[in-house]
Design a protein. Structure first.
Length: 239
């Protein structure tokens, strides 16, 4: 029995690429490469099931601290995938939006990002957000700065600041709350991802490493979600 509707917004922390590779005695970077197939599967699942929004965490602000070689490989991979997957995104009517701090990304990644974004801009199907150099705390601080500016220039009154107004100042423009949050690899933390948007999300932890994540694993997360009662503070009787 379903207690819920399909989630409108699903966010995924794609974790476990390094451990997947280590178990096979491969370099960590081969795990990142193997994870691309899972990205495709997640996108296809979302398209097939008419999920409105899918936000994927590809690279966090804290990930700059990894060995330079791994960071370089990841950046190269982003650049490559953004070009290679453009026909797939077009075919599936997916609109891509890369979210995060763009100031530290190299020209190649930025250029390919902009090309894929502009070529999928008018697509009306799945809204796909890929978070690169993203941090939930950074997003909130940037929103606070933008609100202070609006107050200073007189376009916003202090008493008009509400959750709704605040979310409109989010730099990533992701104002829709996350309904279902999925993290692979067995880790149970949010690692600075979508702090604002996760306020009332349902959490689902999958023990598989990201390169092993397939549509049936996405389906298992959805099945779990559909069985949950989301009360949003109310009592059972009020629902
Ligand atoms: C997630 O996999 C990918 C990125 C963070 C870019 P990891 O690289 O974190 O894999 P583990 O957690 O070390 O296994
Ligand atoms: C979070 O994963 C970032 C991405 C999956 C892109 P990490 O593997 O970097 O997170 P921690 O360090 O385990 O919290
Ligand atoms: Mg990890």
């Amino acid at each position: 029995m379903s207690l819920n509707h399909m989630p409108k917004h699903v966010a995924i922390i794609m974790d476990g690429n390094g451990r997947w590779a280590k178990k096979r005695l491969f370099p960590r970077t081969s795990g990142h490469r193997a994870g691309i197939k899972s990205v495709r599967q997640a996108i296809e699942y979302a398209v097939e099931h008419k999920i409105e929004r899918l936000t994927l965490f590809a690279f966090g602000r804290e990930n700059w601290q990894r060995p330079q070689e791994e960071v370089d490989t990841l950046m190269r991979l982003f650049s490559e995938v953004l070009v290679k997957e453009l026909p797939m995104l077009k075919e599936n009517n997916v609109c891509l939006n890369v979210v995060g701090d763009r100031s530290r990304l190299c020209a190649e990644v930025l250029d390919n990002m902009k090309i894929t974004e502009s070529q999928t801009l008018s697509n009306t199907g799945l809204q796909l957000n890929i978070a690169i150099d993203y941090s939930g705390q950074w997003e909130i601080v940037e929103a606070a700065k933008s609100i202070v500016k609006a107050v200073q220039d007189g376009s916003l009154g202090i008493n008009d600041i509400s959750e709704e107004i605040f979310s409109r100042h989010l730099q990533t423009n992701i104002t829709q709350p996350v309904d279902l949050f999925i993290r692979t690899s067995g880790e149970q933390r949010i690692s600075n991802f979508m702090n604002w948007q996760l306020s009332y999300a349902e959490f689902y932890f999958c023990s598989k490493m990201w390169p092993d994540f397939r549509k049936k694993d996405f389906q298992a997360a959805i099945d779990s979600f559909l069985k949950r009662k989301r009360r949003f503070g109310k009592t059972d009787e009020q629902l």
